[in-house]
Design a protein around this ligand. Structure first.
Ligand SMILES: [Zn+2]
Length: 275
């Protein structure tokens, strides 16, 4: 079976060579270089998808303000979804009918040892997110939305920690490791030429066997627990009618379905980030 419709979410912390916040937006000169690298990592994936027979490729720019990759830098075969805010955020554009979802430039969840720039959605506000009792980072949260639409998550690129984390949620996911963290802001990195070869080949391979990967999802209703960075943030998010307090920095909520849970989480993060 050929994967004809492919969705790609592209974050920045897991892009080839990235090791510091300055490179993902903090410093204009460094950012200018790495937003191009972000497009080059993506384009390697797009080329792999085209060689595997993809006919429609939808790309969601998923980092920060979601205006990182410049339109001309992105492969002409892909549609580019950019800008923020939007309802499904990093996964905007995902829907029933895609044959595969892929994640380029992803990073590990907050607190991961040897994870380049590891965090969970908001480095300022979130200490940990638990879905049905299981600590979950951005990959798991987003893969579960793809799964809700019956789309399997077949490939991730990023550092070793992000790829290992993804495999703990989707055991048969293909991984393209482009760097190995030494610390949170340091890593041993592949040369871009080599990284892009690996991304392209692994994408091609992953898309040739999508049938082997089951869509990932969380059981419903969804039990959402969040430990915030400060107790003040927990105070603030409890203004939301669905939110209950667990202890000082921790809140919980229940949702009938997963997409609503994800939106409920993002609304709380927006409020927590404002105090
Ligand atoms: Zn990011």
């Amino acid at each position: 079976m050929t994967a004809e419709r492919v969705f790609i979410s592209v974050d920045m912390e897991g892009i080839t060579g990235v090791v510091h916040g300055a490179q993902v937006g903090g410093d204009p000169t460094e950012y200018a270089y790495y937003r191009k690298m972000m497009a080059r990592d993506l384009n390697a994936a797009v080329e792999g998808a085209l060689e595997a027979g993809a006919r429609e490729i939808v790309v969601s720019d998923a980092h920060g303000g979601m205006r990182n990759m410049q339109p001309e830098d992105v492969h002409e075969a892909a549609y580019l979804i950019r800008g923020s805010p939007k309802p499904d955020s990093m996964m905007e554009g995902i829907e029933e009918g895609f044959d595969a979802a892929m994640y380029i430039g992803y990073h590990a969840m907050n607190g991961t040892e040897r994870g380049v720039l590891a965090h969970t959605i908001s480095g300022v506000a979130v200490d940990a997110v638990y879905i049905n009792g299981r600590e979950t980072g951005e990959f798991g949260l987003n893969a579960a939305l793809a799964g809700w639409y019956n789309v399997p998550s077949v490939l991730i690129s990023g550092d070793m920690a992000a790829c290992t984390e993804a495999q703990s949620f989707v055991s048969s996911i293909s991984t393209a490791v482009v760097k190995w963290a030494v610390g949170r802001q340091s890593a041993k990195c592949l040369h871009p030429v080599k990284a892009h070869k690996i991304i392209k080949e692994n994408v091609k391979n992953a898309l040739s066997k999508v049938i082997e990967v089951k869509p990932f999802w969380f059981n419903q209703p969804v039990d959402l627990k969040v430990r915030w960075k400060t107790t003040t943030m927990a105070d603030a998010v409890c203004v939301l009618p669905y939110m209950d307090r667990v202890d000082g920095p921790t809140t919980k909520a229940y949702f009938e379905d997963y997409p609503t849970a994800l939106r409920g989480l993002r609304a709380a993060i927006t409020i927590a980030g404002s105090v």
